[in-house]
Design a protein around this ligand. Structure first.
Ligand code: ZN
Length: 333
């Protein structure tokens, strides 16, 4: 039993409109689903990915307006990397610099060109060239990014574990295999790469030293989810991880997949999510993301839930920003 790689990554944002603008208009991902955080229905849960939300493409956000800024660091996933076609980084570097994104120096890692950047909340992201020939992932049809440069789902994630050896043990329990290690040129940190068996979204890097302890909040990753084929496999994972000493939650119904969670020994929240039933369970593929979707157990509360959520439509980001600045009284976050 081996996971096929990443299922999704969930992160924390501030302004949902700015989040929506950046991931759809700048990165060219599709808004796959607008729903709420099932554990806190006053907050959106926004999913971005490819045309259909193939496992291994979805970056999801909880936009908590008014929540404090986090700091990526030890005990967190500190970078989420997307795969882009060979030769795309010049295009992306220009595109990102024209947007609100902070763009960092390009580097080579395990032989591949990598462009690190941040979203408007400071979320650390990367574009990695290559490894997409024959990829099953195609960018969405309505993307503002030319297809030749479009994001092909995740490349992988970087974990800054507080206990790297223990984290690597867990990755091995999940069926990933160590595929190499490199020393980071800027600070000498050892980066160990693990690879999953699937055909995309398979790289998990573990840093053996690096920035100080992270602080949860805006601009940080909340959890990293790995794939299970189905509920039977997920149940088997639950047993195997429990035997390996992990405290694993009971299964939760996330409407578009079923989930179990555990905090691995390095401090990072891991999830195992089923490939199905998928995002088309409550709206057709062509309509994905166009309306607020609620699971049946929240549908009775729709009116109250909708009233408590900020509107995602109509407000240009400039007007949202100036209103927000006025409401904040100019206070810094
Ligand atoms: Zn999740």
């Amino acid at each position: 039993m081996k996971t096929n790689g990443l299922h999704h990554v969930s992160a924390v944002a501030s302004d949902p409109r700015e989040n929506l603008r950046f991931y759809t208009e700048v990165l060219g991902l599709r808004l796959l689903k607008r729903t709420v955080n099932f554990d806190d229905t006053t907050t959106y849960h926004l999913y971005y990915g490819d045309e259909t939300g193939t496992p291994g493409t979805a970056l999801t956000f909880f936009p908590f307006e008014g929540t404090r800024q986090g700091r990526p660091g030890r005990g967190q996933a500190v970078a989420t990397a997307f795969a882009v076609p060979e030769g795309s980084l010049d295009y992306w570097s220009d595109r990102l610099r024209e947007s609100d994104a902070a763009v960092h120096d390009r580097r080579t890692r395990f032989g591949a060109a990598v462009l690190p950047f941040e979203d408007p909340d400071g979320q650390p992201l990367e574009l990695v060239e290559g490894g997409v020939d024959g990829s099953p992932i195609e960018p969405g049809g309505d993307s503002p990014v030319p297809e030749a440069h479009g994001i092909r789902g995740f490349f992988g994630v970087t974990l800054h574990s507080a206990e790297p050896a223990a984290t690597e043990n867990v990755l091995e329990v999940l069926g990933l295999e160590r595929s190499g290690s490199e020393t980071e040129p800027d600070d000498g940190t050892e980066r160990v790469r693990y690879a999953a068996d699937g055909d995309h979204a398979t790289a998990v890097d573990v840093l053996h030293r690096g920035p100080p302890r992270g602080r949860p909040g805006v601009g940080t990753v909340h959890h990293v989810a790995f794939r299970a084929d189905d509920e039977a496999e997920q149940l088997a994972w639950r047993e195997r991880l429990s035997e390996a000493g992990q405290f694993v939650t009971p299964q939760k119904d996330r409407q578009y997949f079923r989930s179990i969670y555990f905090r691995e020994p390095g401090g990072i929240l891991f999830e195992i999510a089923t490939d199905g039933p998928g995002f088309a369970i409550d709206e057709p593929v062509e309509d994905l993301g166009s309306a607020l979707k609620l699971p049946s157990w929240l549908e009775d509360d729709r009116e109250r839930i909708e009233a408590a959520l900020p509107s995602l439509d109509g407000a240009s980001d400039a007007s949202v920003k100036s209103e927000k600045a006025a409401a904040d009284g100019g206070a810094d976050k």
